[in-house]
Design a protein around this ligand. Structure first.
Ligand SMILES: [Zn+2]
Length: 187
């Protein structure tokens, strides 16, 4: 092992490319965005803006990536706000560094996912952790570490993820053009 794998911008890992695609935009569908049929049928329903927390908890418990569903090996990554990186506390599940990096650069829904809103008409309603609402932050951080703990909060009904101290942290900021770019202060 030579350190966290850093995929160039726009690269999509094979495991993510192998996922079923969203018919409208051709985007890979992460397992955590597949929900039970809201009509109660046997089918499934894809919603990129909400996380199926029972799927995400199962994947995280098995050290599997929330975006491609495959096993995470040496490194695991967390994507969140600079504050989450400071506190080492996340409400979104971990993934392969290369999958989260690809999602950050390829997939606008990652940013949209931070605006999860309660939707009373959806079975996935209620997945809005305290502090998750509010304006789009001015940037994101990708923290890479070896391990993490999962802690289910029964009173809130969701799991928080507590990564071990990050080995590397990449910072991304929105530029004047609204594009997310890697910040030079990356350490
Ligand atoms: Zn992955």
């Amino acid at each position: 092992m030579t350190g966290p794998h850093v995929a160039p911008s726009g690269d999509m890992p094979a495991s993510l490319a192998a996922r079923p695609r969203d018919a409208r935009r051709g985007l890979p569908i992460p397992p955590v965005n597949v929900h039970p049929d809201p009509e109660g049928g046997t089918g499934t329903h894809v919603d990129f803006t909400t996380i199926n927390t029972s799927t995400s908890s199962q994947l995280a418990a098995g050290r599997r990536c929330s975006l491609c569903g495959e096993s995470m090996e040496y490194w695991v990554a967390f994507l969140g706000t600079p504050r989450a990186a400071e506190l080492l506390r996340y409400t979104d599940p971990p993934g392969h560094p290369e999958c989260l990096r690809a999602a950050l650069t390829l997939c606008p829904h990652i940013a949209v996912a931070r605006h999860r809103r309660a939707r009373a008409d959806r079975p996935s309603a209620g997945v809005m952790p305290p502090g998750a609402h509010g304006d789009k932050p001015d940037g994101w951080t990708l923290g890479i570490t070896r391990s993490y703990r999962s802690m289910f909060l029964p009173t809130h009904g969701f799991t928080v993820y507590l990564p071990a101290p990050f080995r590397t942290v990449d910072a991304y900021r929105y530029g004047p053009d609204g594009q997310l770019t890697r910040h030079p202060e990356t350490r």
